[in-house]
Design a protein around this ligand. Sequence first.
Ligand code: MG
Length: 159
Amino acid sequence: MDIRIGHGFDVHAFGEGDHLMLGGVRVPHARGVQAHSDGDVVIHALCDAMLGALALGDIGGHFPPSDPRWKGADSRVFLRHCAALAGERGWTLGNADVTVVCERPKVGPHAEAMRDVLARELGVGIDAVSIKATTTETLGFAGRGEGIAAHAVCLLVRA
Ligand code: MG
């Protein structure tokens, strides 16, 4: 097989703070997130998609929340690690597609910046990285404004 598919999903509850990190971009918001790291759901979902494609477990196994090294960590470190694991095994990102789920903040105005950060971190063209967003029509935890979620799929191809 010269392609591998992966899927990832992540949620963080809102908490104290005045911004979110989404796709490596600082997005001003009335809330922050409760997280051990910087709580970047976009990067966490994307990491899990890449680890899934590699059948190498999940982000919690590679970066345990119990490990003080990852307290407040910039999630781009996790993404670089996943890209390195792929590269060592002869894989590179073909493309990735991420959907952010929340009522607020509005993701659209930040999507291009997020694509740019993620593409640079992964060493691919920006056209290989998609960021989309949806609300849940006020239903569920996202709809009630209790937190934020992200889904990601990726395709790895032979480098
Ligand atoms: Mg997470």
